[in-house]
Design a protein around this ligand. Structure first.
Ligand SMILES: [Zn+2]
Length: 220
């Protein structure tokens, strides 16, 4: 039985890492929007060429092109046993288009990695990078101090400009505006699950496994 999955989650929820680990453990391809676009451009497919032209003009790739790239990717042989979409859909029109692509396939499992804004802000404003060797320092657990010295080389840690609180609040505001309707679109389905992302990564992985099991049982 194919495992067709979408993972949702705000910036700072740890979604990308969870998605990669989970997909690898199930032997299904992990598909991020950026990677799919790059692959389509490199392969020179029709939608890939359209995407390339738009990006070269410095414009944002339209829903129509993104959907075309996803449709193409999901038709490949390695997606027949399942896939994990990470970063798509981002909007309700994209979700509707995905439902059309999914017609006749196993039901879509949708998991949201949920983390409250204040915890996301704490995590994202605690991120530090070494000015000397470029290593990203581990984000401290709640209540722990933000590191100031690189654990690898002893260099001074600094904050990236786009990790400042006002920039992060704006990113979260945009995410909420675009994604709330998406959660409303999916949340009534028996195959939708929300996982508490404000835990240690190992606990999130454990809950994710359980959520997918429950969602699959409910979808069949
Ligand atoms: Zn360093």
């Amino acid at each position: 039985m194919a495992l067709n999955m979408v993972m949702l989650g705000p910036p700072g929820a740890g979604k990308g890492t969870q998605a990669k680990t989970f997909a690898a453990s199930r032997g299904i391809p992990h598909m991020s929007t950026g990677d799919m676009l790059r692959e389509a451009v490199a392969a020179g497919t029709e939608v890939g060429l359209q995407a390339k032209a738009v990006m070269e003009r410095g414009q944002l790739v339209s829903d129509e092109i993104i959907v075309g790239v996803v449709r193409e990717r999901l038709s490949k042989a390695d997606a027949a046993q399942g896939f994990l979409l990470d970063g798509f859909p981002r909007t309700v029109p994209q979700a509707r288009a995905l439902d059309e692509i999914m017609a006749g396939r196993e039901p879509l499992i949708v998991v949201d990695i949920a983390v409250a804004d204040e915890e996301l802000i704490r995590r994202l404003t605690s991120r530090r990078v070494c000015g000397q060797c470029g290593t990203n320092a581990d984000v401290p657990a709640p209540g722990q101090p933000v590191p100031t010295v690189c654990g690898r080389c002893g260099g001074a840690l600094t904050q990236r400009a786009d990790d400042r609180e006002e920039v992060i609040r704006e990113r979260l505001r945009v995410y909420a505006r675009d994604t709330r309707p998406l959660l409303d679109y999916y949340s009534g389905r028996p195959t939708f699950r929300s996982v508490n992302g404000a835990q240690a990564p190992s606990a999130v992985s454990r809950d994710l496994e359980a959520a997918v099991g429950a969602a699959r049982a409910a979808g069949n």
